[in-house]
Design a protein around this ligand. Sequence first.
Ligand code: 5AD
Ligand code: SF4
Ligand code: FES
Length: 348
Amino acid sequence: MAETSLSRILEKVTSRNQLSGDEIIYLLQLEGDDLKQLLNQADRVRARMLGNKIHLRGIIEFSNNCRRNCKYCGLRQDNLALPRYSLAAEEIVAMAGQGAKLGYRTIVLQSGEDYYDAEKIAWIIREIKGQTDSAITLCLGERDYQEYKLWRAMGADRYLLKLETADPDLYHNLHPDMDYQQRRERLAWLKELGYQVGSGNIIGLPGQTEETIVQDLLLFKELDLEMVGIGPFIAHPGTPLADFKNGSVAMTLKTVAITRLLLPLSHLPATTALGSIDRQGRQQALRAGANVVMPNITAAEYRSFYQIYPAKICINEQAVDCRRCIGGIIAALGREVAVDCGHSPKMV
Ligand code: 5AD
Ligand code: SF4
Ligand code: FES
């Protein structure tokens, strides 16, 4: 019986890209062979819609300063044990150049919610776009409309702004100094400005339930996101959530797979967080609907200070090591590295 309803749900979502809340709950509870069937279906949809190529996004973590206090995050302002750094604009452009040399056709500029000068960011974007043929993704948190507009005008292509949870109460519990509606508004601005927009959630957040994950998935669909980042919660000792359990690999994979079925053309990263709690985590995600990896290109001396969560991978490696490592992972999966920028196929 169970199998017939599973087949029916998978058939329906594959042809119509829609699921009800109850159907999502059913999929989130799958185990064993049924779970494998879900992940395999997501893998097939990925192959059919996007092919065999994996997009590499080289990420520069250019500042770990943050004015926020997200309860789960090691970069939160109240974590006084963390030494803070902020790279000069010229250093960032040089790192992007190295990333482009390694073949990364997208450079991701990420920081905590720093007050990094908007004009400097604009200059960095212009330089990178002038010196390389890479696309630029920004991941700088909540800023003003005019700043988003300026960066877009300078050539930034994409923006990542994770909601972490679509449940307003849970959002406010985890982000005492932030506002859910304000974040939603920014996602709308970014879309309006013509960015390819990414968001996403964290799986296993204290207080999260299957119902709130359903809300997350339905919102990804409603927002018709170009990119969705889904990673497990990893308890950081320097935060108020130090004593909670990590998120589960299986629940993270299920959420990635369901996202692939709901949004067949979206770009879904096999997240570094998933690779950090399980050595095969990224590989498993790449076989469950994911088609993107975000190798680190931050200079080695800064990496250990970007400790969003503990036991983060790639802390002792250099950019070239990660390129080689990822190349090996992709080859072992029988997949290929994409050579184009990997813009959202919805946009072309
Ligand atoms: N575990 C997992 N992911 C985390 N992030 C922040 N803290 C944690 C944590 N403890 C993720 C968030 C954030 C990104 C920078 O890292 O999704 O958007
Ligand atoms: Fe700052 Fe982002 Fe961490 Fe929140 S998740 S504390 S905004 S770096
Ligand atoms: Fe950095 Fe594997 S991707 S070491």
